[in-house]
Structures are given as C-alpha cells and as structure tokens.
Design a protein around this ligand. Structure first.
Ligand SMILES: Cc1cc2nc3c(=O)[nH]c(=O)nc-3n(C[C@H](O)[C@H](O)[C@H](O)COP(=O)(O)OP(=O)(O)OC[C@H]3O[C@@H](n4cnc5c(N)ncnc54)[C@H](O)[C@@H]3O)c2cc1C
Ligand SMILES: NC(=O)c1ccc[n+]([C@@H]2O[C@H](COP(=O)([O-])OP(=O)(O)OC[C@H]3O[C@@H](n4cnc5c(N)ncnc54)[C@H](O)[C@@H]3O)[C@@H](O)[C@H]2O)c1
Ligand code: SF4
Ligand code: FES
Length: 818
C-alpha cells in the first residue's frame, strides 16, 4: 500500500517539490494536490511578461493537465482547503471533499498585502498576484487610460511597465524617497528612476496614500498631504504576507510564516511546509530560488533520502523590465563593519557597488551592466576571502583583468545538483542532460527544453557557459535574438541570408527577410550596412544614410556642435613638415584647441562644419578615422630604436600595421599597440590587439579594453617574425569582422566566444591565409573619405548638403531617425 501525500497549494514551490520527489522516488506516494486556482501549475513570475505582451498564458504553463494525469496525481483544481484535522489526518475543502493523508505539505504561498485604505473595496482596485489580476489589467486597459500603481518595488515597477505597454498612463506612488529601497541603494535607485521616466513612467515619491476616491468604481487616489491623482485603475503592490491562516487555525505553530525546521517540518508531526508560506530561521522568502532549494530538500526528506537539511538562502533579484538592467544580491547597504567598492559612470549609465565584510563579498548592486551578477552572487554564496585584494572583485588581478571568476570557471566549479536558473529551479545536470540527451545546441533550445533562462534571463551567461563547456564553442549555435525590434531574425540569420541570397543593399535585406518595420531603425540599419560591406566588399555600396552621424560627417561632433579633425599619424611618429602643416591649418581656421590624444596623434577641436573640407585639403594628410567603427590608432613605444631595454623595433612594427590596416571598417572601433619589450610602455595588453616584443620574437595579445569595461588582453600566440605578426593580425581582425555582432568590441566578442574558439579558427596557416586573403580584398578597395570629398565635386556637394546637427543631442536624435 502506497502512503498518501496531500499538498495544499498548486503553486511554483509546491509543484517543484513534487517534481523532485517523483524523480527520487516515483512510486512511494499516492499524491493529491489541492489548488485554489482553477489552473494547472503556472509560472507566476512570467505574469509580468504576459502583462508586458512578451508572453501569453499558454507560454507560462509549467505543468499541463496531462502532467498530473501521467504522474497519477489527483489535482483538485479550483478547490480551497478550509480545514486540517491533525488528529484524524484529513483535509477538508470548500467543495466538501475530505482527503486523508499520511504526510501533508502546506504550500499555500502568500497573499498580496492590500492597504486597508477607505475605498479599497471599490471596483478597479486590485493586486497583481495571479492570472485573474493579470487578465483584469489587460481588460481594463481596453476601456480606461489612467493607472496608478501603489508600491515602487519589484512587483509595482513590473506592473507599471506592463500597463505602459498596454497604452495606459501610469503613475507609481511610492512611500519611500527612492524606488526599490529593499533591493537598491539610492544611487542605483535614482538611475533606475530616470531610465523608467524615459520609458514614460511617472513617479510620486514619499507619498502616503490616504483614500481611494470614486463611487462604485475608483476615480482617484488622495494622499495624506492633501494632494490627489486621477485613477481608473489602482494596482496595489506593497508587499506580500505569508498565507498562514489555515495552518494557524489547525494549531500549527505560526509566526510571520508557518514555522519550519531544517527539514521543512512544522510543529506538527507529518506536516511540512514549503514556499512563501514557510518561515525558516525567521525568514519567509518572497523569491522562487530559495523556495526551490527548500523543495529539493523536502523532496529528499519525503523520499527517504538522506539529506543535509535546508540552511537558508542568500537571494538575488533582477527587475524584469525590458531595457533596464538592475541586479541586487545579499546585504547591499552600508552597515558598520562593511566597506563598499563603487564604480559609477554617468555617461553610460552604469553603477556597480560591491559590499565587503572582513574581506568577503556580502552584497552587490549593479545598474546598467549586470553581466557580473552571477559571478558576484556566486562569490557571496561561496564566501571567498579577498582581504587585501578586494578590488580584484571588480577590476581583476593586477587591477585590469575584468572579473575574477569567468562564467566558465563558475560553472566548472558548480556541482551537478546546484541550481543554475533560480527562477525555474533548473540544475546544472538538467541543462547538461538537455544538451547531451535532447541535442540542444543553443540557449534558446535549452530554454525550450528546460525553461532555464526563460523568466528573468539573469542566468543566461551561465547557461551559455555550460553549453560551451559541454559542446565546445564551435558546436554552439549563438542565441537567436532579433537584431532589433524591427525583425525577429538574428544576426547570424541575417548574415547568412546576405551571403546565400547575395543581398547587397539594406532595403533588399529588409524586404527579403520581411522586416516588421520596413524602414528599419537606428539599430538595424547601420548593422546591415556593416554586414553587407563585410560580406560583399566589392558589390556593396556604403550607404551613408545608414551610418551614424559622426561617420556621415567623417568627423566627431563635439559638445557645442562643432567638429574635430584628427589626421592619421602612423605609429605616433610625425615629422616637422606634418607638424608645420597642422600648425598652419590650425592658425588659419582659428582652431580653438590643438590637443594630443591618448592614441598619440593630434586633435584639432572646435572646427566649423564648413571648414572641414578646406582644412583636409590643406592638410593633405590621411584621415585618422577618429569618428568611425574602424581601425583607430596603433600606439607604439620607442622600442629598440632608442630605448635601451627594447628588443625589437616597435615603431616600425606599429607603422607597418597601421599602414596595412588603416581605413578598415570593423564591427566596432579597434585600437592596436606595439611595445618593444615586456615593460609594455604602450599598454598593449589593454588593446583590441597588442603586440609585445620578447627575446627573439613577438607576443600577440587580443581582446583587451582600457575603457569602461576594463579587460586585459589574452595571449593569442608567440611568433618570430614581423611577417607573422601581420599575418596573425590580419587573420584575427578578419575573423572578428566576420563573426562579431555589429557594435561589439573585441573584448566583448572575445569574452563571449572564448579565446579557445579564436585560437582554433586561426590555428592552421591555411585558415589564416584564407582570412588574410579576404581582409586584403577589402583593404584593397578602401579609399580615404576626405581625399574623395576634396577631389570629387559631387561628393563635396553631398557633404555640404548634410546639415550639421546643432548639438550632440540633435545628433543623437538624428541617429534615432536613421
Ligand atoms: C507578477 C509577479 C512576478 C514575480 N516575479 C518574480 C521573479 O522575477 N523572480 C522571483 O524569484 N520571484 C518572482 N515573483 C515571486 C514568485 O512568483 C513567488 O515567490 C512564487 O510564486 C511563490 O511560490 P509558492 O508556491 O510559495 O506560492 P504561489 O506560487 O503563490 O502558490 C501558492 C498556491 O497555493 C494556492 N493556495 C493557497 N491557499 C490555498 C488553500 N487553502 N487551498 C488550496 N490552494 C491554496 C494559491 O492559490 C496558489 O496557487 C513574482 C511574483 C509575481 C506575482
Ligand atoms: N523580479 C522579481 O524578482 C520580482 C518581481 C515581482 C515580484 N517579486 C516578488 O513578489 C513579492 C511582492 O513584490 P512587491 O514589490 O510587492 O514587494 P516588496 O516588499 O519587495 O516591495 C513593496 C514596496 O512597496 C512599498 N510600499 C509599502 N507600503 C507602501 C505604501 N503604503 N505606499 C506606497 N508604497 C508602499 C515599499 O516601500 C516597497 O518598496 C516580493 O516578494 C517580490 O520579491 C519579485
Ligand atoms: S616597452 Fe620596453 S622598449 Fe618600449 S619604451 Fe618601454 S622599456 Fe623601452
Ligand atoms: S534565473 Fe531567472 S530565468 Fe534563470
């Protein structure tokens, strides 16, 4: 005779526990699940995506009706458990069913906290917790315009974003002075607020709601300070409270949640609790990852498998609002005894804060760039001691190598049963199984098989790393993501179509590939223009109108609407003649500033657009392409020509490289450097490609970046001769041109595909020569843009006709309008 297992609650935590139990011991119990909602188990997290229009109700079903049938589970859907008789070991439902149990699990989740405001019972006042709430919002948006969301936490902001997508005007009322104070510090919260305001959200901060106005249906909300706002819909998202009433009425010990021990056992024998309703060591969690961890332990417990018990969880969160990257984990506030490392970049809207206690990472907040989220979370969980080298956590060893632990290292360190995708409770083993047994070769396929990465998306880098480590980089299909909102086609599909169908214009690509937006946008048009030029250097005519404003003008627009002129100075070596020319032109055209750049050349700043062609004619020097996604500079040290430490001629090497690769269009800007000895005075190891002389040869380092996302280059190869340096450089640059996404720096690309893949692609001389042949073909066709404009009346007229944007803002708006 099988034992009877009854579970109250058919939600995410409970059903995940049952799934684990069935894996461990499928025949041990007759299982009955009582679920108040009339649905099979669904992904509550994804309700935000449904509301935002990114998923539909079918997409979010986790276990369909068949799953219950196939596993012989009796599901009492649409029934609420109303009483537990702990002596008779029975549960009674509102439909008067009485179910007896040997083991009972209470997984009743939480209830949304509804502010007890006068008028809170009016029509149009709802929470955001289940399918019904979601449907109500969608229906309301068809008739009404004005929505007010009370609560500027995770749920409130995701609700607000969804309502904006439903064309509602949304005001978020928040009691605190800044948003998401439970997850963010003030700096990150302010950055988040401006981004969300840009998306159309309005905020009323430090506001205490007082009364909900209206007769039968809500018409507004008034505040304690006397002000009020209009509202056709009010969504309360002010937190949750564990759903404990039934347990309490049945004599089970309840505090904030149902009190459980390390084996998820309540105060009553044979009754367990899991999920948001449970309180373990004083904590009732409100995110799924810890609930899945609880479920895994409870499954072992009830399957009779020895287990270590549940010891609590560290949590991390990610806001699911498209276009916003926010991550928070652990103890992120400044408390006595903690020290924080902060990086803030207002230009790119990036903020990173890592909190340490006794040298260990205990919390983190990231805004704008959340790529380090998984790594930081892992460091918090592992508790590794960084005493004295805390900065390595953000800047890497030697202060420049990027994050200390790569995603690859991280997954290599994970045990098979460790959860990789917190939102869906998917372990590393399950992902490996999907790859090896279900032949998944892309993150999207893994998502379809396992749901990993399908909710908040935060685990994508880890899933990708598991995929790469299991299959090898060459066998991984890159993630299929539309290159922009105008199309569902991924970068790879677009490039393949361009090559296979011999497409040569952006219009043709958009037409043949059925772009949703036939005009394209500022994201896809420059990308297509680049891919076309890369694939068909001879046939494709560069489409100036698809280029960014600086590239259209062949000059960088400055803060005040003027431009800059940067002639090429090969390897940073100039001559008195060139200097005289530059001085003469600078004087003649009243150039307000003449400045040396970080790339060892001279920048003439503050130039009027109409002077540009005259200045370039009189300079008679090649363009330095300081404005383009192209080869920028080759920085050199003096090498053995003058330096007593130098082992090789760094200057000649640098000049030869710059002369060979100048004018080359690349997915993003490319900077090179050459150092004459390992002292590396030209900082070659933070360049897209850096060459460092060693005794009897050269080292070639690749994928470095000295800018915002600091990354040390990795050693690609050691070679003996200058010819070999040029061959490897050409092959590497062409491989980057052919495989990177448009606007992806080599550092991001190399980090994404891995050094191993690059080495492999360049391994044989035959492969390198083929790549070099292709880059040479492209290089042979390049022409200096200023020389052309100066020499051709038509081009000169076309340049004159380009209206100069009045300011960088206007320039950006111009780019948006491409
Ligand atoms: C819109 C939204 C977005 C979210 N996004 C995220 C996110 O991105 N990341 C994250 O980690 N978490 C997120 N959460 C929180 C997450 O959904 C919850 O932590 C999780 O669903 C809790 O699981 P649970 O099984 O404990 O409770 P629930 O999923 O609430 O399941 C409990 C079930 O029990 C039923 N029940 C209750 N009492 C009874 C009874 N007496 N008889 C029968 N049935 C009963 C309820 O109807 C419910 O179906 C989000 C929540 C919402 C609402
Ligand atoms: N992306 C995610 O991880 C995600 C998304 C949605 C929901 N959730 C989870 O769902 C649960 C519910 O989310 P939540 O955002 O409601 O909870 P929360 O407790 O995280 O945030 C509630 C917010 O409401 C504010 N608030 C409280 N009283 C208020 C009042 N009277 N007026 C205005 N603001 C008030 C609080 O200051 C707080 O910031 C949480 O457990 C949350 O973690 C997670
Ligand atoms: S890198 Fe070496 S060769 Fe070049 S300047 Fe520095 S010390 Fe001299
Ligand atoms: S952790 Fe959110 S989707 Fe995987």
């Amino acid at each position: 005779m099988k034992k009877k297992l009854v579970m109250i609650g058919n939600g995410m935590a409970g059903v995940s526990f049952v799934e684990q139990l069935l894996k461990l011991n499928p025949h041990r119990y007759d299982i009955t699940i009582i679920g108040a909602e009339p649905h099979p188990n669904y992904n509550r997290i994804m309700l935000s995506s449904v509301l935002a229009g990114d998923a539909n109700m079918q997409d979010i079903v986790l276990n369909d009706w068949d799953w219950y049938r196939n596993n012989n589970i009796t599901l009492l859907a649409g029934q609420t458990a109303t009483a537990i008789d702990t002596a008779a070991k029975t549960v009674t439902t509102d439909k008067k069913e009485v179910v007896s149990y040997d083991e009972l699990v209470i997984a009743s989740g939480s209830l949304p906290f509804m502010l007890p405001l006068p008028g809170a019972d009016k029509e149009g006042v709802i929470a955001f917790r289940d399918i019904k709430d979601c449907e109500t919002m969608i229906e309301t948006s068809k008739k009404y315009r004005k929505a007010v969301v009370i609560g500027g936490g995770l749920l409130g902001l995701e609700a607000a974003r969804g309502l904006i997508n439903l064309n509602m005007e949304v005001k978020v009322v928040h009691i605190h002075g800044y948003l998401m104070e439970r997850q963010l510090d003030e700096t990150a919260a302010r950055m988040l607020q401006s981004e969300l305001e840009r998306q159309g959200m309005q905020f009323l901060l430090s506001k205490q709601s007082d009364t909900i106005l209206g007769k039968k249906r809500v018409t507004g909300l008034s505040f304690k300070d006397g002000s009020q706002v209009e509202a056709d819909l009010i969504v309360m998202a002010v937190g949750i409270k564990p759903n404990v009433q039934l347990a309490k009425d049945s004599g089970i010990e309840v505090n904030r949640g149902i009190v459980v021990d390390d084996h998820l056992q309540t105060s009553v024998q044979n009754i367990y609790s899991v999920g948001e309703c449970a309180e373990h060591r004083g904590i009732a969690y409100g995110l799924v990852a810890p609930l899945y961890e609880q479920g895994a332990i409870l499954a072992k417990q009830l399957a009779g498998v020895e287990n270590e018990g549940y010891h609590g969880s560290v949590v991390s969160t990610k806001l699911k609002v498209s276009g916003v990257n926010v991550f928070s984990a652990g103890r992120f506030t400044d408390e006595p005894g903690t020290k924080a490392l902060r990086v803030q970049d207002d230009l790119d809207g990036i903020y990173k804060k890592v909190v340490f206690q006794n040298g260990k990472v205990v919390g983190a907040v990231l805004f704008g760039d959340t790529a380090d989220g998984s790594r930081l979370f892992s460091l918090i969980r592992k508790g590794e001691d960084f005493s004295g080298r805390e900065k390595e956590v953000l800047f890497g060893p030697s202060g420049g190598a990027g994050a200390v632990v790569s995603s690859a290292d991280l997954v290599a360190d994970m045990s098979g049963d460790e959860i990789v995708c917190g939102c869906n409770g998917i372990t590393k083993d399950t992902i490996i199984e999907a790859i090896t047994e279900q032949s998944c070769v892309s993150v999207n396929e893994i998502k379809a098989c396992t749901k990993a990465s399908g909710s908040c998306g935060g685990c994508k880098p880890l899933v990708e790393a598991i995929l790469t480590s299991t299959l090898g980089a060459d066998n991984v299909k890159t993630i299929k993501e539309g290159i922009c909102g105008c199309t569902k086609h991924s970068r790879d599909e677009v490039v393949e179509a361009i090559k296979k169908m011999h497409l040569t214009t952006t219009k043709e690509v958009m037409h043949v590939m059925e772009w949703d937006n036939p005009e394209g946008c500022s994201k896809c048009r420059p990308a297509l223009n680049y891919y076309l030029g890369m694939a068909w250097p001879e046939e494709h005519e560069d489409e100036l109108e698809s280029r960014f404003v600086n590239e259209r003008n062949h000059a960088n627009i400055q803060k005040d609407g003027t431009f800059s002129v940067v002639p090429r100075i090969y390897g940073g070596v100039t001559t008195p003649e060139d200097l005289k020319k530059i001085a003469t032109v600078a004087e003649k055209y009243n150039v307000p500033m003449v400045k040396f750049t970080g790339g060892q050349r001279i920048d003439l700043l503050g130039v009027k657009k109409e002077d540009l062609p005259h200045m370039w004619r009189e300079l008679d020097m090649p363009s330095g392409y300081a404005y383009g996604k192209a080869l920028r500079t080759v920085k050199t040290c003096v090498g053995n020509t003058f330096c007593r430490f130098g082992t090789q001629d760094a200057i000649k090497m640098g000049i030869d490289m710059e002369k060979k690769f100048e004018r080359l269009n690349t997915p993003h800007k490319v900077k090179l450097a050459v150092s004459g000895c390992p002292r590396n005075c030209s900082e070659a190891t933070i360049k897209d490609l850096g060459v460092v002389a060693i005794d009897g040869g050269w080292e070639i380092h690749v994928g470095g970046n000295g800018g915002m996302k600091l990354r040390a280059a990795e050693l690609l190869v050691k070679v003996k001769t200058e010819e070999e340096v040029l061959e490897w450089t050409g092959a590497y640059l062409q491989f980057y041109r052919e495989t990177a996404n448009f606007a992806e720096r080599t550092s991001e690309w190399a980090g994404r595909i891995g050094l191993g893949a690059i080495k492999k692609a360049l391994e044989t001389k035959e492969d390198r020569e083929a790549l070099v042949a292709r880059i040479d073909k492209t290089l042979a066709l390049t022409k200096d843009p200023w020389q052309q404009i100066v020499e051709s009346d038509d081009l000169r007229k076309a340049f004159d006709a380009l209206t100069a944007p009045a300011s960088p803002e206007a320039a950006a708006a111009g780019d948006a309008a491409i």
